[in-house]
Design a protein around this ligand. Structure first.
Ligand code: MG
Length: 402
């Protein structure tokens, strides 16, 4: 950082948080994304603008109140509570601190409030964006540098009617997706039939994964369903059941890799998963561990255990997804296809189906989609710019200024 400071002429010690704007946006979904936890309303998220030294850093909290960790130990947030927490608790704790001391910012926020990883992540990501802009480096460079510059996408299919599911699966493959992830966990017979039908429709070369979101009620139910899916070339079973004991029972009984998602929020969770042999793959989010540094730490523990990762999320807007992409490019064990959206303004959509969570976005430029993969921006910071007209169009309520 010292070299970058010298090159850019920026005094990082003087770069201290001066103010924060907080607002809520609601993007129009392309289609509903039903899962076992319900018909999720995705796209109503909290954006933050961090101000320091004449620069603005962007961050996002992809709050989802219906989602959480095992047995309610962690949980999503709600836009109004996230806005209030930032305004009344987190902002007062970090205003005046050095923007570039990411871990110190998180420590200050943790001292001010337990939990609320989404709110904390939005501010921590905004700090990365701002420092990247200050020193003229993309965020991946602040995360240890890129081990790849593009990330293959896994296209996520909700629990959709059969005809819609098959039509979308085929269209996604035609657009370049090489991995399809099917949401399951509701009815094992329906789930096995869906995997069989999608396999028959897309052929043998496509990687198929399922995500049960803990929906199968017992390990034996999950084991029977996964074994039947193995006959159709299933590659990964994500979070089949809840809790490390039951997850380990499933992992022992099937030949496909089990991925932990709801069970894996922090580095400490990943260590417990390794100790219990409860999974062999980890789903990393920028939000579960309260930001990019926490996500990197979780992935590092997974790496030490020999686990591969992907970066998943909750259909972020272009701001949150840029953070996903920089992270995925910087993690050496992020070798699996990632469930990331392809954000773009309505009139410049690079895809019809793959990763197209929304029909429009708040960012000026489309994400670059090449041969089924998202290409990371080389611009400073997250590399995204907000479109003021789109922001005005999709903002819900007023902006809180702290
Ligand atoms: Mg999942």
């Amino acid at each position: 950082m010292a070299v970058a400071t010298e090159l850019s002429g920026i005094d990082l010690d003087a770069l201290r948080i001066e103010g924060i704007e907080v607002l809520v946006v609601r993007l129009p979904q392309r289609r509903p994304h039903p899962t076992v936890t319900g018909p999720r309303r995705l796209g109503e998220y909290v954006l933050v603008k961090l101000h320091a030294g004449g620069l603005v850093g962007l961050g996002e909290a992809t709050v989802l109140k219906e989602w959480g960790g095992d047995f309610g130990r962690y949980y999503g947030e709600y836009p109004a509570t996230t806005v209030t927490l930032i305004e009344q608790v987190l902002a007062p704790a970090i205003i005046g601190l050095r923007v570039a001391d990411f871990d110190s910012l998180l420590s200050a926020m943790n001292a001010a409030a337990k939990g609320y990883p989404y709110a904390k992540a939005s501010l921590e990501i905004a700090a990365h964006d701002l420092v990247g802009k200050a020193v003229g480096l993309p965020v991946y460079q602040l995360l240890g540098g890129a081990v790849r510059r593009s990330v293959p996408l896994a296209h996520s299919l909700g629990i959709l009617p059969d005809s819609v599911l098959l039509e979308e699966a085929v269209a996604a493959v035609e657009e370049g997706a090489r991995t399809l992830k099917l949401k399951v966990g509701f009815d094992p017979d329906r789930d096995v039939a869906a995997v069989a039908a999608v396999r028959a429709a897309v052929g043998e070369d496509i990687t198929l994964t399922v995500d049960a979101n803990r929906g199968w009620k017992t390990p034996n139910t999950a084991i029977r369903a996964i074994r039947r899916m193995e006959e159709h070339g299933l590659a990964i079973a994500e979070q089949p059941v809840q809790g490390l004991h039951d997850l380990a029972a499933v992992a022992r009984a099937v030949t496909v890799d089990v991925m932990a998602d709801e069970s894996a929020w922090t580095a400490e969770d990943v260590l417990e998963i390794a100790r219990c042999d409860a999974a062999s793959l980890i789903s990393i989010y920028t939000t579960k561990a309260a930001g990019l540094e926490g996500a990197r730490r979780a992935a590092a523990v997974a790496d030490a255990a020999g686990f591969a990762c992907n970066v998943n999320g909750s259909h972020e807007t272009g701001v949150g997804n840029a953070a996903n992409l920089h992270l995925a490019c910087a993690l050496r064990n992020c070798t699996l296809a990632c469930v990331l959206p392809v954000n773009a303004p309505a009139d410049r959509q690079p895809t019809e189906i793959v990763g197209r969570a929304y029909v429009d976005d708040i960012v000026v430029d489309p994400f670059e989609f090449v041969e089924g993969a998202l290409v990371v921006s080389e611009r400073p910071g997250l590399g995204v710019e907000l479109d003021p007209e789109k922001l005005a169009k999709y903002q819900v309520g007023s902006t809180v200024v702290v």
